[in-house]
Design a protein around this ligand. Structure first.
Ligand code: NAD
Length: 478
C-alpha cells in the first residue's frame, strides 16, 4: 500500500517544532515522526452560534422524513467505503495505528451507518385495562454535540453520529485536535449524501469543546474521553439541562482461571491489551493469574511483546504503531517508571524506543505492587502489569477494586465456571476467553466512573430520542 501523500497544495512542514498555531490553523503531527505534516482550522468558540443555528435549521427538514434519512445514510455509507483508500492512510498518518487497522476502522464506520440507517424505533401501543389508547411515538431531540478522543477518531465519531442522525437529529462533531484530519475528510465525503447542516465538523483547540458542550442550542451532548473532561462536559451541559451520554475511561481486568490453556490464549490476551498500542478504553489493563501459572503467563506475554513488529503504521509489516502524542507518551513513561521504582520488573520493554516519534517498547511488568498507579489507574498505553493471585475471591475483589467499571474478562477451559466468575465482575461488559469484542447490536455502558448512558444497538438509538405519547379515548364522545 502506498504511503499517504499530503493533499495537493499542502506541502509537508517538517521544520515546524510541534503543535502550534499558524494563522487561523493549528498544526497536526505524525506520531511516527513527531513532525508536523498538515494543519486544521482553529475555529473560535464564537463561531458555534452560527454552526448550531444552521444545525437547528437543518433539523427541521431532516427530522421530517425517516425514509429519506435512511436512504441518505445508506448513500453516505457507500461514499465512506468508496473513499477508504484516502481515509485509511490519513487516519494512520495522524493517529499512528497500522494501516490495516485504519482500513478496519473505516469499514466499521460504514457498517455502523448502515446498521443505524436500517434501525427504526417504531411505535408502541400501551393498554392498562382502561378505555384509552396510549401510543408511544419516538421523536428526535434536536442538534446533538458529539465530542470524541484521538484513539479511534472515525469509529467513535460514527458511534455517535450514526444513531443520532438515524434518529432524526442533526450533529455537530468535534474531533480531538490530535486527529482532526480524517474526520474532516469523512465529513466532506459524507456531505454529498447529506443536506447541508445535518453533520458539521468543527475543529479547534479548547475552549471549543467546552463551549460546544454548554451551547444552549444543543439538546444532547455525547462525549467519549477521559473522566475529568467528562465531568467538565456534564457540568457544562447542566445549566441548559441537555441530555448527556458519557463514555469514559476504563481499567479492565482479565482474570485467568487455573484451568486456562496459557499457550492457547496468549495471542488473544496479548492483543486484547496491546492493540492500538494499548490506547483502547476497554483494553485489558491488568492481568490476574493464579500464582502457580503466573510466571508462565508473564513469559508468554513477554515473548510476544519482544517480537511484535513496532514501527510506522504506514510500513508494511508493522503490528504496533507509536503512542499518539507526546503528552500520552509522557504519561505512559511516568506510569511504567513509577512501577519500576515501586519494585516492579520489566520482563519486556520498560523504556522508550530510541528513535524519532512517540514509540514506547511493548512492556510486560511482573512483581508490581498492587497499589502502583499502573494497576490502580488507566495507563492507556503499551504497558501491562501481570499480578498473581492465591484465591478466586482475592482475584475478583482485586478486579473490582477500581473506580472504573467498563469491562472485564475471565479466561479458562470450563466455560460454565468462567461465566460464574464473570457474573461477579462489576462492569458493563464481561467477556469469556476474549476481551473488547463488540457487535454493532449490543449495548455498551460503563458503570462507576466509566460512564453515564448507553451506546450501541437499539439503546444507542433510543439515547437520541424522546418518547412522545398520544393518549386518546377508545370511543368518540368519551
Ligand atoms: P480527553 O478527555 O482529553 O479529550 C476528549 C475530547 O474532549 C477531545 O476532543 C478534546 O479536545 C475534548 N475536550 C477537552 N477538554 C474539553 C472540555 N473542557 N470540554 C469539552 N471537550 C473537551 O480524552 P483523550 O485524551 O482525547 O482520550 C483518552 C481518554 O478517552 C481515555 O481516558 C480513554 O479511556 C477514553 N476513552 C473512552 C472510551 C469509551 O468508550 N469509554 C473510548 C475511547 C477513549
Amino acid at each position: 500500500m502506498a504511503p499517504h501523500r499530503p493533499r495537493a497544495g499542502r506541502a509537508p512542514r517538517p521544520s515546524l517544532p510541534g503543535p502550534g498555531l499558524r494563522g487561523e490553523h493549528f498544526t497536526v503531527l505524525d506520531p511516527a515522526t513527531g513532525q508536523a505534516f498538515d494543519e486544521a482550522p482553529d475555529q473560535r468558540p464564537q463561531e458555534l452560534d452560527a454552526v448550531v443555528g444552521r444545525a437547528h435549521e437543518a433539523w427541521l427538514g431532516w427530522r421530517a422524513d425517516p425514509v429519506a434519512r435512511a436512504t441518505a445514510l445508506l448513500t453516505a455509507a457507500d461514499a465512506v467505503e468508496a473513499a477508504r483508500a484516502d481515509l485509511a492512510p490519513l487516519l494512520t498518518r495522524e493517529q499512528g495505528k497500522p494501516l490495516s487497522e485504519s482500513y478496519a476502522e473505516v469499514a466499521r464506520t460504514a457498517a455502523r451507518l448502515r446498521y443505524f440507517a436500517e434501525s427504526s424505533p417504531g411505535s408502541r401501543t400501551l393498554t392498562d385495562g382502561r378505555p384509552v389508547h396510549s401510543e408511544v411515538r419516538w421523536r428526535p431531540l434536536g442538534p446533538v454535540a458529539a465530542i470524541v478522543p484521538w484513539n479511534f477518531p472515525l469509529q467513535l465519531a460514527s458511534a455517535k453520529f450514526a444513531p443520532a442522525l438515524a434518529a432524526g437529529n442533526t450533529v455537530v462533531l468535534k474531533p480531538s485536535p490530535f486527529t482532526p484530519l480524517a474526520t474532516r475528510l469523512l465529513g466532506s465525503v459524507m456531505s454529498a449524501a447529506l443536506p447541508e447542516g445535518v453533520l458539521t465538523i468543527v475543529t479547534g483547540r479548547e475552549p471549543l469543546g467546552a463551549r460546544l458542550a454548554s451551547h444552549p442550542g444543543i439538546r444532547h451532548v455525547t462525549f467519549t474521553g477521559s473522566v475529568p473532561t467528562g465531568r467538565a462536559v456534564a457540568a457544562g451541559a447542566a445549566p441548559g439541562l441537555a441530555r448527556v451520554t458519557l463514555e469514559l475511561g476504563g481499567n479492565d481486568a482479565a482474570i485467568l482461571l487455573d484451568d486456562v490453556d496459557v499457550e492457547r490464549i496468549a495471542d488473544r490476551l496479548f492483543w486484547a491489551a496491546f492493540r492500538n498500542c494499548g490506547q483502547v478504553c476497554m483494553a485489558v489493563k491488568r492481568v490476574y493469574a493464579p500464582a502457580r501459572l503466573h510466571s508462565r503467563v508473564v513469559e508468554a506475554l513477554a515473548e510476544r511483546a519482544k517480537t511484535v513488529v513496532v514501527g510506522s503504521g504506514l510500513d508494511t509489516g508493522t503490528e504496533l504503531g507509536p503512542v499518539n502524542n507526546a503528552a500520552q507518551l509522557a504519561r505512559v513513561e511516568h506510569c511504567a517508571a513509577r512501577a519500576l521504582a515501586d519494585g516492579a520488573r520489566a520482563v519486556a520493554g520498560g523504556h522508550r524506543l530510541d528513535r524519532p516519534g512517540y514509540f514506547y517498547a511493548p512492556t510486560v511488568l511482573a512483581d508490581v505492587p498492587p497499589g502502583s498507579p499502573v494497576v490502580t489507574e488507566e495507563q492507556f498505553g503499551p504497558v501491562l502489569p501481570v499480578l498473581p493471585y492465591r484465591s478466586l475471591d482475592e482475584a475478583v475483589e482485586a478486579a473490582n477494586a477500581t473506580r472504573y467499571g467498563l469491562g472485564g474478562s475471565v479466561w479458562g477451559t470450563d466455560l460454565d465456571r468462567a461465566e460464574a466468575v464473570a457474573e461477579r465482575l462489576e462492569c458493563g461488559t464481561a467477556w469469556i476467553n476474549h476481551h473488547a469484542e463488540l457487535s454493532l447490536a449490543q449495548p455498551f455502558a460503563g458503570i462507576k466512573e466509566s460512564g453515564v448512558g448507553v451506546a450501541g444497538g437499539p439503546w444507542g438509538l433510543y439515547g437520541n430520542l424522546r418518547p412522545f405519547v398520544v393518549h386518546r379515548p377508545l370511543e368518540a364522545g368519551a
